[in-house]
Design a protein around this ligand. Structure first.
Ligand code: AHR
Length: 495
């Protein structure tokens, strides 16, 4: 099976933010997953658990979206600042009706971003908030001088501004964010956007409009047409469900071959969605303004694990999820002229997570390992890659057997990432490129296992990457063999 890498052709630089994440006040994502508090017996730094933060740090996370999701449009940021003992208690009406005591708020989230070394992406409340409240949050975070909100921030212990760059203007305004029509939202979005001020010209802000669900192209068209001159990007949400029925989405680990292939086929739809939403943005964006597409929620969504709170969206994560992550990231890389940011849902203990926790225990999921293997694509120049594929069909579903993306870093090193989608056939690869010289070296890393293989707390390393010993390199080419259901990353030093 031949793959060609052609560094002469590129659609652009892979924005590091494509490797972004999302953490919502939902289930055990923030509380227990990230935040345990300073007095917890679980090792922590300033209340943030050290095992999870340490693992996430290794991924070089560029940007983290917070506090929702649907939670964002019920969140009032003032409830989460100031002395913890005085913080207001609210009900998390979207996610299990649990009590939210707001002990994790703006300052705690910014401490998380500091420890991770990433940018913050705040999703502001449009659905149940006010323009003034949202405007005040930006002033609170970003005003360097004297002002009511900057003074409040200082009184709460933070002298310097946080300089938050990314601001989402509501979330899913077509649904949990207010059930709005696109025209109504677009007008509101312009109004909110007007009052989200820049307080320091060295720290511009980037405004992201609440975008479409899946293939709601009319939403994208109207929002971009009406509000396009006041925003920088429009978002898109697309989750992969094995079955279309929300009551029976399918299990994370006990699934049929049909569901394996339906999951992969539905994931591949991301390419069509990006292409079409991108085409619409290009056709309606104001002259001289290029609107980005921010896929700020993506990933698998299954039935919750038996016995867990249905409102907590806790699911296991198998090799199938590793393939879903790898396919989406390949698609984002290859469309980096359109996709400026993407945020997998969600970081810990919710949906397609990087890490799962149980009390003081933590495990890393197969999805985590894919992000680790792919991280060198961040900021690299996408280069054209092409695989001679054949179609695999099962039941109603057909997918190509191989899926690829490639990039070149500033030192001329290539990274090729390859997915073997077949659940039964190995893929002998012949990778061709004129860039591969006589003294080239190739380091291959492989993640593979049964489609339903997963890491559990009593066997946390059942699925983990290994280095490949079977790579043979010569001038202009190298060969390797990929087992069924696998993801590989090849770092090519061209010599
Ligand atoms: O990620 C879970 C939920 O999915 C988010 O809160 C919402 O935006 C989406 O519907």
């Amino acid at each position: 099976m031949r793959i060609v890498i052609n560094p002469n052709r590129s659609v652009g630089t892979i924005n590091p933010n494509i490797y972004g994440h999302f953490a919502e006040h939902l289930g055990r994502c923030i509380y227990e997953g990230l935040w345990v508090g300073e007095n917890s017996p679980i090792p922590n730094e300033n209340g943030l658990r050290s095992d999870v933060v340490g693992a996430l740090k290794r991924l070089n996370i560029p940007v983290l979206r917070w506090p929702g999701g649907c939670f964002a449009d019920t969140y009032h940021w003032r409830d989460g600042v100031g002395p913890v003992s005085g913080r207001k208690t609210i009900v998390n009406t979207n996610w299990g009706g649990v009590t939210e005591d707001n002990r994790f708020g703006t300052h705690e989230f910014m401490e998380l971003c500091r420890q991770l070394g990433c940018e913050a992406y705040f999703s502001g409340n449009v659905g149940s908030g006010t323009v003034q409240e949202f405007s005040d949050w930006v002033e609170y975070c970003n005003m360097p001088g004297v002002s009511p909100m900057a003074d409040l921030r200082r009184a709460n212990g933070r002298q310097e501004p946080f300089n938050v760059k990314y601001w989402g203007i509501g979330n899913e305004a077509w649904g949990c964010g207010g059930n709005m029509r696109p025209e109504y939202y677009a007008d509101l979005c312009m109004r909110y956007s007007t009052y989200l001020r820049v307080y320091d010209w060295d720290h511009m802000i980037y405004k992201i409009a609440s975008g479409a669900n899946v293939d709601d192209y009319e939403w994208t068209r109207k929002v971009a047409q009406i509000a396009g001159k006041t925003i920088d990007a429009v978002s898109l949400h697309y989750y992969t469900l094995p079955n279309d029925d929300w009551q029976h989405k399918g299990s994370a680990t006990a699934f049929t071959r049909e569901e394996y292939y339906s999951t992969l086929a539905k994931t591949l739809r991301m390419k069509e969605l990006i292409t079409e939403h991108g085409r619409i943005l290009r056709s309606v964006e104001p002259k001289g303004r290029r609107l980005g597409l921010v896929v700020d929620e993506w990933g698998t969504w299954y039935d919750v694990e038996p016995g867990t709170n249905p409102g907590f969206l806790y699911q296991q994560n198998a090799m199938r999820d590793a393939l879903v992550a790898a396919l989406n990231l390949n698609i984002f890389n290859n469309h980096c002229d359109t996709v400026v940011m993407a945020n997998i849902a969600q970081t810990v203990n919710v949906l397609q997570a990087m890490a799962l926790t149980e009390g003081s225990k933590m495990l890393l999921t197969p999805t985590y390992h894919v992000f680790d293997m792919y991280k060198r694509h961040q900021g690299a120049r996408q280069v054209e890659s092409y695989a001679e594929t054949k179609l695999i069909s099962h039941g109603d579903w057909s997918v190509p057997d191989i899926h690829v993306s490639a990039s070149e870093d500033s030192n001329g090193k290539l990274l090729l990432t390859v997915v073997n989608l077949s659940d039964e056939a190995s893929a002998p690869l012949e990778v061709l490129s004129d860039a591969i010289g006589a003294r080239a070296t190739v380091a291959g890393t492989l993640l593979t296992g049964r489609t339903d293989a997963f890491n559990a707390f009593d066997r946390p390393d059942a699925v983990k990457p290994v280095s490949m010993s079977s790579v043979r390199v010569e001038s202009g080419r190298f060969t390797a063999a990929l087992p069924p259901c696998s993801v590989a990353a090849f770092e090519i030093d061209c010599g």
